[in-house]
Design a protein around this ligand. Structure first.
Ligand SMILES: Nc1ncnc2c1ncn2[C@@H]1O[C@H](COP(=O)(O)OP(=O)(O)OP(=O)(O)O)[C@@H](O)[C@H]1O
Length: 327
């Protein structure tokens, strides 16, 4: 049996199906991230797994025990599973160390280690109204972790954080996954937050899992344009337009649309490619340049680490067989 088995979970809200027959398994220590557009059912799914929303059909088994819904128990929530909501609250007028002493099942030494890991040791004496949003988020996380859960469910932990706090929390979540005896599932509507963290991505749309795979697979071999767009910019050339690229390594005119991420198109010299275009603009984004290249009526985006071209230049485009995908 798997650590977590989700079988045919379904849920209607106000007569509308918001989670439809979802099944998957999670192994111990596997890092699973759920991504999808807003309203696709991610939170409802995670709350059902944690025992906070009653499923209409299907079941979840955690360590071979069925997770009971809120209608079946006095206090919702499954022993061993911790759920950090998007809308957590810290009680007012308490010191952080008091908040963290409730339900603490850890030894003094492990508690100190955990606070270091969550980067909150320096905040313990503060009152809960003397904290930034990012600090509150890390304390809310620590409050769950002192209860020694075996499965941690994080619902949009990075929302509303600036880049610096987001980076800090990412580091904390990474360290938790690596150093504590805890399996972690995480939701984000911005998959770029989780590509580097997850072992497996589940992509949801309209209550269903539309693609499941490693971040690399889902990023470079999306099943449809929705998944492609969720993970970042892309070029999708209709079968007619894709013919212009036929003849390049790995590209064939097979009647499908040609899918290429901007970094999968390379600017090469004239003798390396018959595919020609004109530079429309070059934009600098810090760690990369994005060059828009027009080819007759089409524009393709090319992403490079460096740029030696400018508006109006004629350029030649190529790709690598491993980077070619069709939709
Ligand atoms: N308690 C509820 N009552 C009625 N409708 C609900 C309830 N909870 C969720 N919904 C609806 O179910 C759908 C899925 O919501 P859910 O919060 O699971 O999506 P999500 O993918 O997590 O979205 P977001 O990224 O915006 O948090 C939405 O259309 C939402 O309005």
């Amino acid at each position: 049996m798997s650590f977590l088995t989700v079988s045919n979970l379904s849920k209607n809200q106000l007569g509308v199906p918001v989670v439809k027959d979802v099944s998957f398994t999670v192994e111990k220590f596997q890092k699973v991230a759920i991504a999808g557009e807003t309203g696709s059912g991610k939170s409802t799914l995670l709350k059902m797994i944690g025992g906070f929303v009653q499923p209409d059909a299907g079941k979840t088994a955690f360590e071979d025990v069925r997770v009971e819904g809120p209608l079946e128990v006095l206090i919702p929530g499954q022993p061993g599973i911790a759920y950090l909501s998007q809308h957590f609250e810290l009680r007012n007028n308490y010191r952080v160390e008091e908040i963290l002493s409730f339900n603490n099942k850890l030894t003094e030494e492990s508690t100190a280690e955990l606070f270091e890991l969550c980067q909150i040791t320096h905040l313990l004496k503060r009152k809960t109204d003397q904290l930034s949003g990012g600090e509150k988020q890390r304390i809310a996380l620590a409050r769950l972790l002192v209860t020694a859960p075996r499965l941690l469910l994080l619902d949009e932990p990075f929302s509303n954080l600036d880049l610096i706090h987001k980076y800090k929390l990412k580091e904390v979540i990474h360290d938790i996954s690596e150093n504590l005896d805890i399996t972690c599932m995480l939701i984000s509507h911005d998959p770029l937050d989780i590509l580097s963290w997850a072992d497996e991505l589940l992509i949801m749309k309209d209550g269903e899992i539309v693609q499941k795979g490693t971040p690399q697979q889902v990023y470079s071999q999306p099943v449809n344009e929705y998944v492609a767009g969720l993970l970042g910019p892309y070029n999708l050339l209709s079968p007619a337009k894709a013919k212009k690229f036929a003849g390049l390594p790995g590209v064939t005119a097979n009647g499908k649309s040609l899918f290429l991420r901007p970094e999968s198109i390379h600017l090469v010299s004239e003798n390396e490619s018959p595919v020609k275009g004109k530079v429309k603009h070059v934009h600098f984004y810090g760690s990369f340049y994005e060059t828009a290249v027009t080819m007759a009526k089409d524009t393709v985006l090319v992403r490079t680490a460096k740029s030696q071209v400018k508006k109006g230049d004629t350029v030649f485009l190529s790709t690598h067989p491993d980077e070619v995908w069709y939709l």
